[in-house]
Design a protein. Structure first.
Length: 94
């Protein structure tokens, strides 16, 4: 693995968004834990998005907590990206 790829895989964050409430932090980790998160995401065809700065901010949130309002816009862009890649539409969107 190249140095760039190693640095990219050093931190993984997983969010859950139900369409009604703010997204919640469901997993986070570095190193081997990050690799497991990436592996599970790939197994379930969950789109991956790389944003080092956002990941670092989200890593400070306790597991299970909703993301803070200050990060809504950044996370909304990631969720929109994931929906676009997966061909899905947000809940309630016609």
């Amino acid at each position: 693995m190249s140095d760039d790829k190693q640095r990219q895989a050093d931190l993984a964050i997983a969010l859950n968004y139900d369409g009604s409430n703010a997204p919640r932090l469901t997993a986070k980790g570095r190193g081997a834990v990050a690799e497991q998160i990436f592996s599970i995401a790939k197994e379930h065809n969950i789109p991956l998005h790389q944003d080092t700065e956002l990941s670092a901010l989200l890593a400070q949130i306790p597991l299970g907590d909703e993301i803070p309002e200050a990060l809504y816009r950044a996370v909304a862009e990631v969720i929109a990206f994931a929906y676009l890649l997966s061909g899905k539409r947000p809940p309630g969107y016609e």
